[in-house]
Design a protein around this ligand. Structure first.
Ligand code: ADP
Ligand code: MG
Length: 319
């Protein structure tokens, strides 16, 4: 029996009008361009790519916090725009990068954690209080912190609060947008282990946005690589990290990983120049940085080749 994917996006696109100033015309910044993927029950799909490639914009659309300019998101087969806010929130919850910015500084920890369940109708106060205690213990927060304010907690504790809050409504999916990037290196592993552990205990699926390949390798089942608003390669962790086929994925891995002769990754220097999303290159957006680029690459945008679950968008992926 084929189950409905928890999340299915098709041709998801988001542009922002920017600039304009006093007399300049408004221009369109294409942050996410035609992104299609599926997230299945219990799965961890990682999204990787350089800063500015559209990861957070994608996350916000999947959470229903930002409307797409084209394409759609379905949660368990239902178009997200037809779902009520609370119904959506009971299904998919966020954990953001910065636990300092994402917690209301004026509320006590127990109030912050309780909020998503308080918003759901007809839950008794005593049941909410019980659930808060349960979630705090699940994420490794001492009960004595319940009456504290966020400013009294460490970064790692605050991220545990954000995770406990996300789990209050027993969502099926948690969208984690760089959940450890703002934390000290020493606590990053603790939070990642917690996410790993909770995935099993709560049968969660994650859309895990990260630019840390080691994290992805450790946690994820599948990986989507984004470049300038598009998914250029997707597949299992073994496929994409072990046998990358898109020159961008190869360059990204070569720039991050220790040189590994067994992997035979070509030396493609990415340099610091990320193309301007207001003025994207013609054809394949990666062609100005790609050592394999030919005339075709500057004129024609490559189609995604392969299966929906394992594709590469490159004219020369097979050569
Ligand atoms: N609200 C907005 N208005 C204008 N541009 C935006 C807005 N949000 C994001 N962008 C732009 O969209 C692109 C993708 O941003 P983002 O999704 O935050 O990337 P990432 O999370 O991968 O770093 C960037 O060029 C960014 O400047
Ligand atoms: Mg981001």
């Amino acid at each position: 029996m084929s189950e409905l994917p928890l999340i299915e996006t098709s041709g998801l696109t988001r542009s922002f009008p920017v600039g304009g100033g006093l007399r300049g015309p408004k221009r369109m910044l294409h942050a996410v361009r035609g992104v299609s993927f599926r997230l299945s029950r219990g799965e961890i799909l990682a999204v990787v790519g350089e800063s500015g490639c559209g990861k957070s914009t994608l996350a916000r659309m999947v959470l229903g916090l930002l409307a797409p300019t084209a394409g759609d998101v379905q949660l368990n087969g239902e178009p997200i725009e037809r779902m009520k806010r609370l119904q959506r929130a009971a299904f998919v919850q966020p954990v953001f990068q910065d636990p300092y910015a994402s917690l209301n500084p004026q509320k006590r920890i127990e109030q912050i954690i309780a909020l998503p369940l308080r918003l759901q109708a007809k839950v008794k106060r005593s049941a909410i209080a019980d659930r808060v205690r349960q979630m705090m213990s699940l994420v490794g927060l001492s009960e004595t912190l319940a009456s504290r304010m966020p400013s009294e907690l460490s970064g790692g504790q605050r991220q545990r609060v954000a995770i406990a809050r996300a789990l209050m409504v027993s969502p099926k999916v948690v969208v984690c947008d760089e959940p450890t990037s703002a934390l000290d290196v020493s606590v990053q592993a603790q939070i990642l282990n917690l996410l790993q552990d909770l995935r099993e205990k709560m049968s969660l699926a994650y859309l895990l946005i990260s630019h840390n390949i080691a994290v992805v390798e450790h946690l994820a089942d599948r990986v989507a690589v984004m470049y300038l608003g598009r998914i250029v390669e997707i597949g299992t962790v073994e496929e994409v990290l072990g046998h990358p086929r898109h020159p961008y994925t190869q360059a990204l891995l070569a720039s991050i990983l220790e040189p590994d002769p067994a992997k035979r990754l070509p030396e493609i220097p990415l340099g610091a120049t990320f193309p301007n999303p207001l003025d994207p290159p013609s054809g394949c957006a990666f062609h100005p940085r790609c050592p394999r680029a030919t005339d075709l690459c500057s004129s024609d945008e490559p189609e995604a080749r392969g299966l929906p679950s394992r594709f590469v968008a490159c004219h020369h992926a097979d050569s």
